[in-house]
Design a protein around this ligand. Structure first.
Ligand code: ADP
Ligand code: MG
Length: 698
């Protein structure tokens, strides 16, 4: 049995380790740096670096790396050894403050979305002391931000930290108006629930689509899908159990608060949920979790698929971003309070989120937009492409009572008066079991459920933090000027409800009626990645990001180009893989089967006295021949389309051609091949089927 408390955080240079190893003044100085986000003086950094190195060497490290999150979807690292030559051909193990604080990196191989054209190709990584260093595979990992030489963000972490700072600043203004002078900082807390699939490694390596793209581009549905709901929370298979156990242990050593592991709705699908932490650490830890899932699955003869939609007709994998605001005094600002005063504060923050989500629906949608997630959203298994907020019936009736100045229940005679009345208790359980909502209030936090499984949680939190910071700054402007705080507060909450209640939807998000209703409410319906990205640089979004110093205009343009560029690249790779598989594996396999049928027919005609016109073989051969011709033509057309789209210079135009020409063509080719699969002898099918993949782990 593993002693969890003994192994937890053993590979992390955390607070306890720093306290034990650093002189007190240095320890206090670094604590202050972490708290206030200041930069570290070099003499302090030298001492910290040395202690960190000593500790890392004790843990077996020989190298260090500045670990960062470029916009490739995965983390990046370049290992340098600690060695430094000294006399007589010997080496010393060295790690200076300078090496800890700042690293130089050739930024030219990472996506910069055009920022490189205006700045030098060099980039630098800067230590983020708010996320602890750790040792993994004999390397000391130093979490860092990654910027261009001109200071432009080239990664996911930098804007996240800027957005946390913006929110901190504005939320503090509001909190101080409520008299909470003891609060000196506010941070966003995030708990990302992670879904994934586990499949057999041998089967994986037999499918080019899985190897090149992470999802199946062909595959007829198995006769048993997920309709029996027998996998959800079902008993965990021994092989999967062993994987989960090792994963938990490895994550615990790295200080990741892995908490819950269970089976998900689809066969072979599972979920891991951590205990929440600050948004910055949660983002780093989620990256580590995804990496460890993939690595450890391999050790157990399996492959972990993090694609949003690995199998058609089977639920895809998402990531739920649970989000709340917490003060340095430990108060969750989204927790309804016990007193009228606390309730008023809760309602103001709650309404700020409603308004932010309503006004910046497009940004939240963009944060979940990717080629893979386009296959998942709106497919009656994940939220639709329309952003709305689920708040539950109790809260809805309270907001209605505030807005209309009426009693909020039949029993309750009084209306809700902000600052005077206590909120009625609403049981947490009723606040949300509606899984169809993209953005749900779940008792004391909001849960954004649109993200695909492989996405970084940084972008949605950048959007949310910045949008909420903006609304809080507007609220603070109004409240700071007010002569009658309670009255202004009441009116502010009331008008916010009136102006933004259209974003509230407690019904079934999978219902087609909702699409129509959402349109009549004026909510945005952005079905694909290019549709969403088209709004990124809208004037209101530029104003938002520049005002709060989260992105400047070039950074937005760069992210726009990178986002759409990735969308194009992924679809183009998928299309090419389809052509290759169709022409070189699947169509030939169907032909071989047809030959087998022809031979069978030939022998039959030799021996049979009755020369029947109609035979099974003939009928099937004709059908397969038509399908093959159709598939071959479709593959040829797609090959041409891929070439022509690749040559397109402008990314916006390229993306719209991918959406309008390539994606439908891919679906067309797939439909033909999938149909052929259902009538081809299994023994001739050259790749593992859906049934093999989904039920292949015992
Ligand atoms: P479930 O959604 O399964 O009912 P919970 O609501 O307890 O489970 O938690 C789901 C996720 O939300 C967990 O990862 C948890 O850590 C996270 N979470 C809980 N409270 C907060 C909070 N205040 N801020 C951010 N995340 C939170
Ligand atoms: Mg959840």
């Amino acid at each position: 049995m593993t002693n969890v408390s003994e192994i937890f955080g053993t590979m992390v240079f955390g607070d306890a380790e720093m306290k034990a190893r650093l002189p007190e003044d240095i320890y206090l100085s670094i604590k202050k740096t972490i708290r206030d986000g200041r930069s570290l003086k070099l003499d302090v950094a030298n001492v910290v670096a040395n202690a960190m190195k000593e500790w890392a060497i004790e843990k077996g490290a020989t190298h260090f790396t500045h670990w960062f999150q470029p916009m490739t979807g995965v983390t990046a690292e370049k290992h340098d050894s600690f060695i430094s030559p000294c006399e007589e051909g010997k080496v010393l193990m060295e790690f200076s403050g300078k090496e800890l604080v700042r690293g130089e990196s050739d930024a030219s191989s990472f996506p910069s979305g055009g920022l490189r054209a205006t700045f030098e190709a060099r980039g630098y990584t800067a230590w983020d002391p708010t996320s602890y260093a750790f040792v993994k595979d004999q390397v000391l990992y130093v979490p860092t931000a990654f910027c261009s030489w001109g200071g432009e963000a080239l990664d996911e972490k930098t804007p996240l930290m800027r957005s946390m700072e913006a929110l901190n600043k504005q939320a503090l203004r509001v909190l101080h108006l409520f008299g909470n002078e003891d609060v000196t900082s506010i941070h966003t807390t995030v708990g990302p629930e992670q879904e994934y699939f586990l499949i057999d490694a041998d089967m994986y390596s037999q499918r080019k689509d899985l190897m090149y793209t992470g999802r199946t581009l062909f595959g007829a549905k198995p006769s048993k899908g997920q309709e029996l709901d027998d996998h959800y929370y079902g008993s965990i298979k021994p092989k999967v159990q062993a994987f989960m156990q090792e994963l938990d242990e490895e994550l615990w050593k790295l200080g990741v608060l892995a908490k819950t592991e269970h089976n998900e709705a689809a066969p072979a699908q599972h979920e891991l949920a951590p205990i929440f932490s600050t948004a910055n650490i949660a983002t780093d830890h989620n990256q580590l979790t995804m990496e460890m899932m993939q690595k450890i699955a391999r050790r157990h003869g399996m492959v972990c698929l993090l694609h949003e939609k690995p199998f058609e007709g089977v639920n895809g994998s998402g990531k739920h971003n649970n989000w709340a605001l917490s003060t340095n005094t430990g108060v969750n600002l989204l927790e309804p309070g016990e007193t009228p005063h606390e309730n008023a504060q809760f309602l103001l923050f709650f309404c700020a989120v409603l308004k932010a989500v309503d006004e910046y629906q497009d940004l939240l949608r963009i944060s979940a937009a990717s080629a893979g997630n386009d296959h998942r959203l709106g497919g009656h298994e994940a939220p639709p492409n329309i952003i709305s907020v689920f708040i539950g019936d109790e809260l809805a009736s309270i907001l209605k009572s505030i807005e209309e100045e009426t009693a909020y229940t039949a029993q309750e005679k009084t209306q809700m008066r902000i600052g005077v009345h206590v909120l009625p208790k609403f049981p947490k359980d009723t606040t949300d079991r509606n899984r169809t909502s993209p953005f749900a209030f779940t008792g004391n936090k909001f849960e954004f459920r649109m993200l695909g499984a492989s996405a970084s949680v940084a972008p949605p939190n950048v959007m949310l933090n910045t949008a909420v910071a903006e609304v809080l700054s507007e609220f603070a402007d109004i409240l700071e000027k007010s002569e009658d705080f309670q009255e202004t507060l009441h009116q502010l909450i009331k008008t916010t409800i009136t102006n933004h209640k259209r974003i509230i939807f407690n019904g079934n998000g999978y219902d087609t009626e909702w699409i129509k209703e959402a349109e009549s409410r004026g909510l945005l319906n952005l079905p694909t990645t290019p549709d969403a990205y088209a709004r990124f640089a809208d004037a209101k979004n530029l104003a938002l990001f520049t005002k709060h110093k989260v992105f400047n205009e070039q950074e937005i343009t760069s992210r726009y180009r990178i986002g759409l560029g990735n969308y194009c690249k992924i679809n183009l790779i998928e299309a090419s893989t389809m052509v290759e598989m169709a022409k070189r594996e699947l169509i030939p396999a169907i032909c071989k089967y047809s030959k087998f049928l022809a031979e069978s027919l030939y022998y039959k005609t030799q021996v049979s006295k009755h020369k029947s016109q109609k035979t099974y073989e003939k009928e099937l051969m004709e059908r397969l021949s038509l399908l093959c011709t159709d598939a071959f033509e479709k593959a040829n057309e797609m090959e041409k389309a891929v070439q022509s789209i690749r040559a397109e210079k402008d990314v916006t135009w390229r993306a719209s051609r991918v959406r309008d020409e390539l994606c439908p063509a891919m679906e067309g080719l797939r439909a033909v091949i999938d149909e052929a699969e259902t009538v081809t002898d299994r023994a001739f099918w050259p790749v593992p089927t859906y049934g093999d993949l989904l039920y292949g782990i015992c």
